[in-house]
Design a protein around this ligand. Structure first.
Ligand SMILES: [Zn+2]
Length: 123
């Protein structure tokens, strides 16, 4: 483990704040959706655009839910002492990379390799 206790504490705080913000956003949006459901749309065009907004909103929320799950997993790893270890090779993920993307579970080498093999599969 290449990270100091101080760095780990900073990551834990960053991730906790992030996940709380996302969760708050989720709650707000649920209320908004509820409001929209109870609003009557006399004009069918308004109704259609409201539905498009709603499905767009749901898509974003779904993506956020996945992110929330990922952050919670990362917080769990952090508490278990697995944070910063690469799932691919077991090596340390660089602090710079973790700061840029704290929920990552792969070091840059493994990530590059994964992306390359994904690209090969698509081709
Ligand atoms: Zn690796």
């Amino acid at each position: 483990m290449a990270l100091s206790k101080k760095e780990l504490a900073a990551f834990e705080e960053q991730l906790s704040t992030w996940v709380n913000e996302l969760k708050e956003g989720q709650n707000e949006s649920v209320h908004q959706m509820h409001d929209q459901e109870t609003t009557a749309f006399p004009d069918p065009a308004d109704q259609a655009s409201a539905e498009t907004d709603l499905s767009f909103d749901i898509r974003i929320k779904t993506r956020e839910l996945k992110l929330i799950h990922k952050i919670e997993e990362t917080l769990h790893r952090l508490r278990e002492g697995d944070f910063g270890a690469c799932d691919g090779c077991g090596g340390d993920i660089s602090v710079k990379r973790l700061q840029a993307r704290p929920v990552t579970t792969l070091c840059i080498d493994c990530k590059t390799e994964q992306e390359q093999s994904e690209r090969t599969r698509i081709d």
